[in-house]
Design a protein around this ligand. Structure first.
Ligand SMILES: [Mn+2]
Length: 355
């Protein structure tokens, strides 16, 4: 059963527009439960239409909910077909979520001149930002699988193993227990690579004293998770321990701040001021976090310039870090559910610098 998100979307735009064009495939997935359509149309009144090319048509007919599925033949163009539909319905004011400039131009040309077309992604995002019960169930499962992968990582990291071997162990573990795939390319960044926040992984073998930043995510029924831990190979030096503790403290301070009604810039400021006081402010080179859901980076945004207000039902990351080129990097990240009271960590446990 898919919750009627289309009804909620209509309630948002219906006062201003005759119809909403959905061109982003993840938004179509969110509304219909089907990934792989060309474009979707949600008119103010009447049935929603999902335009699907032949290759995905049968899949859409079985899986897509709350809409009519229309086949687009190989020699037809989905946006042209949609424009004809809009002409036939005599609609005048349309909004759309997002589309490339090329598609926009083509679509605009296919419509009657008198039809207005406005970019408005906020209707869909006001829904997607707040996770419903079905989404939360999936996100909890994705988080659980991610934590299992992290446990495996901590069990296998050792002197001499390659970064990609650690990644393989993590991904196999997550898959084995139910992950549909990785939420993003697994990061196992060791030694000098740990100082790059998006370090990826390569054939480097872990060496004594290396910092290893492990940033991973499982996917469960299209929903994602995001978790990072930092470990050291062997015994941590005093400086490594000191910076690790600062990052850990910053992550916890931000976590304590995250709740319904708080400005999204606030937990970032809390974490940042602790890292600044310790003298590492210049090395915290990214924002505190981001929303997670069907995509690994979505709204709301938690950084210094964010205008977002956290709302109960948002799922966000809390991931301060310190990256010193020539020394190494540290990041600790959890995926967190915003609530009225204290937030809830969906990715749990395993705070260890030395494994
Ligand atoms: Mn993240």
């Amino acid at each position: 059963m898919l919750i009627d998100r289309i009804g909620k979307l209509k309630a948002g735009f219906a006062e201003e527009f005759d119809g909403h064009v959905i061109a982003n495939e993840i938004n179509m997935l969110y509304l219909t439960g089907f990934l792989g359509a060309a474009v979707m149309f949600v008119p103010n009144e009447g049935e929603s239409i999902l335009y699907v090319y032949g290759v995905n048509y049968e899949g859409a007919r079985t899986k897509a909910k709350n809409c009519r599925v229309e086949r687009v033949k190989r020699d037809e163009e989905a946006f042209k077909k949609l424009a004809d539909q809009i002409k036939a319905m005599k609609l005048k004011t349309l909004c759309f979520d997002s589309m490339s400039f090329q598609v926009y131009q083509k679509f605009k040309n296919a419509l009657e001149r008198s039809v207005s077309l406005e970019g408005k992604s906020e209707y869909i995002w006001s829904l997607r930002r707040i996770k419903d019960d079905e989404e939360l169930k999936r996100m909890r499962k994705a988080a659980e699988l991610t934590a299992a992968g992290m446990q495996r990582a901590c069990d296998v990291v050792k002197l001499g193993i390659k970064e990609i071997e650690v990644a393989a162990e993590i991904e196999y573990e997550m898959r084995k227990y139910g992950s549909y795939g990785v939420a993003f390319d697994t990061i196992v960044a060791s030694g000098p690579h740990s100082a790059y926040p998006h370090g990826g992984c390569c054939e480097r073998r872990l060496a004594k004293g290396d910092l290893v930043v492990i940033d991973i995510g499982a996917t469960y029924m299209n929903y994602r998770s995001d978790m990072t831990r930092t470990v050291v190979i062997g015994k941590a030096s005093r400086k490594q321990k000191k910076i690790y503790d600062v990052v850990k403290e910053a992550q916890e301070a931000a976590f304590q701040r995250i709740r319904d009604g708080v400005k999204a810039a606030r937990p970032d400021a809390d974490a940042r001021s602790l890292i600044e006081e310790a003298g590492y402010g210049d090395y915290f080179v990214h924002g505190l976090g981001h929303g997670v859901g069907l995509e690994v980076h979505e709204q709301p945004v938690l950084n210094t310039s964010s205008k977002d207000i956290l709302k109960s039902g948002n799922v966000v990351t809390d991931e301060p870090g310190v990256y010193i080129v020539g020394f190494g990097g540290f990041r600790i990240e959890d995926t967190v559910l915003v609530r009225k009271g204290k937030a809830e960590r969906l990715t749990k446990g395993l705070y260890v610098l030395e494994t």
